[in-house]
Design a protein around this ligand. Sequence first.
Ligand code: ADP
Length: 421
Amino acid sequence: MADLDAEQSGMAQGLAVRLWSSRWLLIAGVVAILGVYALAAISGFVVLAALALLLAAAMLPVTGTRQSAESAAAIEAIGLQRLSGEYLAAAVADPLIIFDRTATIVHANSAAFAAFGGIAPGLSLSLKFRAPEMQALLDGVLSGDVASDVVDYTEKLPVERAYRVSASSVGHGTDLYVLVFKDQSEARRIDRMRADFIANASHELRTPLASISGFIETLRGPARNDPAARDQFLQIMQSQTGRMARLIDDLLSLSRLEMKPYLKPGTEVDLRETVDSVIDSLGPLASENSVIVERDYADGPLDVPGDRDELFQVFENLLENACKYGQSGGRVVVSIARGDPGSEPGIDVTIRDFGPGIPEEHIPRITERFYRVDVETSRTQKGTGLGLSIVKHILTRHNGRLSIKSEFGNGATFSVHLPTH
Ligand code: ADP
């Protein structure tokens, strides 16, 4: 009923605007009719023409910039009058609650119902949000001290969520207020990850740096005239600078990949040739660790779309890990096979070692940056803790997948699935 009234009054206002904007034409029409009668030299045709002119004036569209601005403002006013607060609240993606001057909920949008259990019109906001910062926010706007205010508020259950909540009065003299909750949880999580990452990277760089600086001091002091000690210390310093260089290279690789996470690689990569050259380049490491690398490749072309250098880095990291951590198994099998006919078309490259494997509880976290099963083993093996996270990033860019299977004590299998198109 209210909608109907609003619609009728809207139509009346629209007609009024239209007539007002054509007023000069209307006046001209009326004057023309009167003039024609006054002169008494009329024909039916002339009267009809004048009437047609009058009719046209009423129907003429509003023209000219001033008129169109006026009519746009009028139409906007009509549109906003007809806009229901409920529709407006529903169109807001963030949780939104409208309340009155007694802090009682008048309306909540569906995002608010989804985010906060147990809210309903008629419920007191002070009972629902008991945190002191929320009470202060409500008191501030309801007392009229401030027109709007913002606080940070954390909802603990069912899962912890951090919100930035703004409260403000609605319009003039409506006695209504609105609360809008902006979810900050994801931004906070990313901030925490960034801070952790910087702390980890700094720590990793600081350890070799401290060792180098210690040796410099020793060389300038007690070991100044000891050639044997000097040689030994210089060698250690060199290996520590190597460790720092590896870490910086890995950090740069990661940041380069993060800058372009969705760039689609454009060229075809021959996986047989790429994996062969990885095995060749790691030949010295394999023989140093007494590991024999066996190949088991499917026949025919084994090409996938991708970036050859990046895919080289993937297989290099995986084979290097297999030779280092699976060293005790004495052999590593590298196989390339086409995916099952029933599944998504692609090629699987699998690197299997026969070393101690990875305890099950570590597998889900092993691709996180700086995550290692055993920090000391990784350090002695010249690991940075970033290899598998680089692998994961590169595979994401290739729409690929990494799956890890391991039975503790029975080796580890790292499988890379790359789609063929
Ligand atoms: P790192 O530079 O330490 O090798 P990665 O990201 O490549 O870092 O690997 C993370 C951790 O995963 C390693 O420190 C190691 O503990 C474990 N890991 C990786 N590959 C293997 C493997 N083939 N066998 C046993 N453990 C492995």
